[in-house]
Ligand binder design. Sequence first.
Ligand code: MEV
Length: 447
Amino acid sequence: MEIISGFSKLSKKQKLAWLAAQIAERQSDTNQQEFIADFESYQHRDPKVQKLYDEFSENTLTNFYMPYGLVPNVLMNGKLYAIPLVIEESSVVAAAAGSAKFWLERGGFKAEVIDTKKVGQVHFLWEGDFKKIDVLFDELRELMLDNTALITANMRARGGGILDISLVNMTEVEPNYYQIKATFETCESMGANFINTCLEEFARTLKDWAANSEHFVGREKEPLVVMSILSNYTPECLVRAWVECPVNELGYFEEMPPEMFAYKFSKAIMIAKNDPHRATTHNKGIFNGIDALTLATGNDFRAIEACGHTYASRNGKYQSLTDCSIENGVFKFWIEIPMAVGTVGGLTSLHPLVKKSFEILGNPSVKELMELMAVIGLAQNFGALKSLTTTGIQKGHMKMHLLNILKHFEATENEVKQAVEHFKNNVVSFRSVRDLLDLVRIEQPIA
Ligand code: MEV
């Protein structure tokens, strides 16, 4: 690849032509026209919609397709939902659908939002006596609230806004280091822009206030703002979801009695509580569901994942985000997870399929969406642990693997049926599938 300046100024056609030429330089058999046509074939047929997609990001060449699946039969708080999931990994949607059906017959999922507070910080250095700024902080807080009054007017009208502003002394960590820590209620929006705009106003107010205060002299008049930014760690924007039923109603899992299933399940949780290697995979499975719903609803999956992993470490060790108990013959399984999402703003009203996702979900409130996120994470984790502690994970995966290999060999419907039956008791591999198809095709040649 060669260095290029002004790439962003090129038209999409020019960008693709440049890239095709670069690839051809590396791979001499590249057909540049075909290379470009391949990219162009994923463009949306409606130029207006394509423009919308292009403008979500920068230097866009085309669209990247991902499967958009649906998990029906999700009963949450007595209401039935179908949950859209955008994910490339096979078995995730199937596992969530299996769990949804399983719990549908056992009272469904329950969920509740514990709190919805978000956090932002202005990090600054200040050379002075902490007691002095601490005593004067009420005055600064009032000024910050006044100076952000216009920014917060709409949010306040909707019942949100700035909840609290405090001064945090961080000088034990680093000399002269302080924070202004603020908490916010951002109602139906994720609130990143709102919070960051408020924080930058706080920073300006801090500098003006210090410069003009008669109480300060010399360097005290010059706080150095390092940065102003929301925190994606939102432990007070928290949701809980759970399922429960008498152990004997869990039913048999193949040959395994419900008591043994509940016991092994609880040990799987114990392992994920104690071993970070297992906890990481365990939580990854939870995020298989949460990320997929986050994408389908145009929310920020990086923020939600980062926050979830920090929360999983809140006790000083990385642990499972789910927990379970077996008490008085009742099996209970739950998740508690921070969930900073929005139902307005960002992509939510722009991306055509995000709008459809909200329609499918019945245009949920932000609290309802938080609950659905926790439920899909819990459902996903239940499905994974159910497989892991009974048949093993490969059984389901191998079925998908088998179907993919069959697709590769362009198997007919009848051949697929025979192969699925055959591989219930045989090991799936590319070669074994090919051998079986050879045999079937000799016996029943394709017309
Ligand atoms: C695979 O994407 C997710 C699992 O590994 C999760 C788990 O092990 O709990 C199946």
